[in-house]
Design a protein around this ligand. Structure first.
Ligand code: PLP
Length: 355
């Protein structure tokens, strides 16, 4: 029996992707070898790499002039690769949570990076509005989905300077306009695959403009010239990501998954709002469709552990909130079935009745 897996990352994957990966781990394409045992430069793996790039381009309708890279080092390595490649005079950052803060911290080690606005004053429970982006910045960096605090920038915003987005936890959750961004990156392990690989979508004409020397492995141009194979890429992670994207395409792509995601999120938020034991932590208009954060109302605070244990008996795992928010966090990524959300909502209802 599969659990109702609400883990924040690494997180639930489509069963189809797990099944095809397990087959490829034993015998890849009838080659008599595991996908772990073949050269990353073999024709068979090259085909996987090309297919994964094509699926990214197709699903996200990526326009001409952009490159798609699959690299090691996770989203955290992009926190430093972005300023290394793009920061010359000054960079601007929107501080919407832990990951946004870490991105800013790394940029500051490389050059002049400023915080344009922050929601730290309210423990990051909202997305700042009414800030202005300096027109002389090399780029403006946002974190579209704040995995820990459950807030999300749900539209493609306008920026007078190249827009850079960490989309680790909401890439492929909705149709989007890639042309509004200069660079998009993220770790695959939230919404598109297993840990070990980060995706980067970069507009080619932004590159080659900084005066500093860039170590080859951190240089987007070198990675593009080498088709993400400057060194050995995370072969198995890319394979599973490919299978996950195929599953997504068969389902009808981003509009289809977005419908499902919005429906799952409203099911859960409706219950959080209705149930007298619980309340949401993020302001309603900025609530994430990927990570729902909620706590127990003050008078029921001491029931937290009991509720957690109750949900465990229903096969529900991964709903403990991040320590900086407390309470609960249900990550309801693309691959989480609607039935799992229904199971959590039912558990919340049953628990309320028992109190
Ligand atoms: C998880 C996460 C990261 C960190 O990803 P790694 O791949 O572990 O470096 C960065 N940003 C966001 C928004 C995340 O959710």
């Amino acid at each position: 029996m599969r659990k109702h897996n609400f883990n924040a990352g690494p997180s639930v994957l489509p069963v189809e992707a797990l099944e095809s990966t397990s087959k490829a781990v034993l015998d890849f394409n009838g080659s008599g070898m595991s996908i772990m045992e073949i050269s990353h430069r073999s024709k068979d793996f090259e085909a996987v790499m090309n297919e994964t790039v094509s699926l990214f381009k197709e699903l996200l309708s990526i326009p001409e002039g952009y490159s798609v890279l699959f690299l090691g080092g996770g989203a955290s390595m992009q926190f430093c690769m972005v300023p290394f490649n793009l920061l010359e005079k000054k960079a601007a950052y929107l501080n919407t949570g832990t990951w946004a803060g870490k991105a800013l911290k790394e940029a500051k080690t490389i050059g002049d990076a400023i915080e344009v606005a922050s929601s730290k004053d309210a423990n990051f429970n909202y997305i700042p509005k009414n800030y202005s982006i300096p027109a002389d910045a090399d780029y403006f960096h946002i974190t579209t989905n704040n995995t820990i605090f459950g807030t999300e920038i749900k539209t493609d915003i306008n920026s007078p300077v190249p827009l850079i987005a960490d989309m680790s936890s909401d890439i492929m959750s909705r149709p989007m306009d890639v042309s509004k961004y200069g660079l998009i990156y993220g770790g695959a392990q939230k919404n598109v695959g297993p840990a070990g690989v980060a995706f980067v979508i970069v507009k080619n004409d932004l590159l080659g403009k900084v005066s500093r020397k860039i170590p080859s492995i951190l240089d987007y141009k070198v990675q593009i010239e080498n088709d993400s194979m400057y060194n050995t890429p995370p072969v198995v992670s890319i394979y599973t990501m490919c299978q996950t994207l195929k599953w997504l395409k068969n389902l009808g792509g981003l509009s289809a998954i977005n419908k499902k995601n919005v429906e799952k999120a409203s099911l859960l938020y409706n219950e959080i709002d209705r149930n007298r034991l619980f309340k949401g932590t993020a302001v309603v208009e900025d609530r994430s469709i990927m990570n729902a954060c909620f706590i127990m109302n003050d008078e029921y605070k001491d029931l937290e552990d009991e509720f957690m244990n109750f949900t465990k008996t229903k096969g529900i795992v991964g709903i403990k909130g991040h320590r900086s928010v407390g309470g609960f966090r249900a990550s309801i990524y693309n691959a989480l079935p609607r039935e799992s959300v229904v199971a959590l909502v039912d558990a919340m209802k049953d628990f309320e009745k028992s109190k």
